[in-house]
Design a binder for this molecule. Structure first.
Ligand SMILES: [Mn+2]
Length: 443
């Protein structure tokens, strides 16, 4: 049976009110099969109990039921490590927002230093089950606190990373659907992922105190106004000393993100992981197309000689975009070069060009850099792209030297039958932030 640590009432091993749920939502966790029952099931159990006369305390009834069903695995069940008679679990209520330490608005841009944020809200539940149960208001990324994109509010929270969605696909040259990317990624992150990584015994919350700033209030059909809104919000995140993590959206959403970062950081390297060069001057005269993010980033101030485009597929790019790269001295690392040299050598080459400054690296990841087998849920799935492992190794290796910003774009949940693409997009964020935060050590 499930132990829900931190419940203020004495721990009832069977019937437990979840502290973060609406007061009338109760769930039961019965031992034996780890079954988790929703509110309607509870109503049924309570009704059954009452029909039976209600003479027996409900927890006894469930205990007898579990004894009857056998419990051989109980000794190995991490959810039952509460000794009988335990009266109190560890406190898990998230503290009310408190004013954190002042954040150095320049030093944040390089890699985080791994020191815990003094007043960071601690992980809600040390047993970690709370964050993956499919109940409750799982609206934010990892169920992190929602803080509006306001520099003072973010500083007060001590946030060193902030998620921001731009639900926008009006500029897609290919199939639309990426406007649901932020929602799809949050769905996965809030129901399947923990802020804690057991491999590294590391919790993102302890080091980065990340928050979710919600979504841009886009204006359908108006990229200028939409990007103005998004840029203003991301600029607030950077000004607060937090790494902006932008969830797309088609790849045009990188444009307001790099513009916002460039307002505050002058020496960041720029890395694109993508099947496409994305260096179009314009598409039919439209300069905010999803084929233009690198072009607009260069114009915003990113140095072309400190820009690397990784994983590019030869068949999927026009001659004009390659010409732009050659004219401006942008480094292109083709898919075939990764096949031949491997990820480690690719990273070494990319970091030699983009790393080593206080500003860190702005990393933009298009999920179509992945093979269509790993990322079918995107505008233009790529036959012969990167493996999921290659992508994560690249993201980790780049983020280790410090992120000026991160975005993951072109996730289109409606274009896939499973949540594979939203899942790998989630991992790009998780692995990128963890590496930035020092979970892997420094290069
Ligand atoms: Mn692409």
């Amino acid at each position: 049976m499930g132990h829900r640590g931190g419940v203020d009432d004495p721990v009832d091993p069977v019937l437990i009110k979840y502290p973060n749920e609406p007061p009338d939502v109760i769930q039961l966790a019965l031992n034996g099969d780890h079954s988790r029952m929703g509110a309607l099931d509870v109503v049924a159990v309570v009704a059954h109990h009452e029909l039976a006369g209600g003479a027996q305390p409900l927890h006894q009834m469930a205990t007898e039921e579990s004894a009857a069903t056998g419990d051989q695995n109980r000794a190995h069940d991490p959810m039952v490590d509460v000794p009988a008679g335990a009266t109190k679990g560890p406190a898990v209520e998230r503290p009310a927002p408190t004013r954190g330490p002042e954040v150095d608005t320049t030093a944040h841009r390089a890699a985080a230093d791994c020191r815990p944020v003094a007043d960071a809200p601690k992980t809600a539940d040390q047993t970690m089950w709370e964050s993956v149960l499919h109940a409750g208001l799982a609206g934010t990324f990892l169920r992190l606190p929602h803080v509006p994109p306001d520099a003072e509010l973010l500083k007060a929270r001590g946030a060193r990373a902030a998620i921001y969605g731009i639900p926008w696909d009006s500029m897609a040259v290919g199939r639309s659907g990426a406007s649901y990317g932020p929602r799809g990624i949050r769905e996965i992150a809030s129901t399947q992922f923990l802020s804690y990584n057991a491999t590294w015994d590391f919790d993102l919350v302890d080091v980065l105190a990340p928050v979710d700033c919600g979504d841009a209030q886009v204006v359908p059909g108006n990229p200028e106004r939409s990007f103005e809104i998004a840029q203003a919000a991301i600029s607030q995140i950077v000004a607060a000393g937090a790494v902006p993590v932008t969830l797309g959206g088609d790849h045009s959403v990188t444009i307001p993100a790099v513009r916002a970062v460039a307002e505050h950081v002058s020496d960041a390297g720029l890395v694109l992981i993508d099947a496409h060069l994305d260096t179009a001057i314009d598409v039919g005269g439209e300069t905010l197309s999803n084929c233009c993010p690198i072009t607009r980033a260069i114009e915003a101030g990113f140095a072309p000689e400190r820009t690397v485009l990784i994983g590019i597929s030869g068949w999927m790019n026009p001659r004009s975009e390659l010409a732009y790269c050659r004219e401006h001295g942008i480094t292109v690392i083709w898919l075939e070069e990764i096949w031949a040299a491997g990820v480690a050598a690719t990273l070494e080459r990319a970091l030699a060009i983009t790393g080593g400054t206080e500003g860190g690296i702005y990393l933009t990841v298009d999920v179509d850099s992945l093979d269509a087998a790993f990322a079918p849920g995107t505008s233009v799935p790529t036959p012969g792209g990167l493996t999921a492992r290659e992508l994560l190794e690249l993201v980790r290796g780049l983020a280790r030297s410090g992120l000026a910003g991160l975005d993951v774009v072109e996730t289109a949940p409606s274009l896939e039958a499973t949540s594979a693409t939203a899942g790998i997009a989630t991992r790009v964020v998780m692995d990128g932030l963890a590496a930035h935060a020092g979970a892997l050590g420094r290069p």
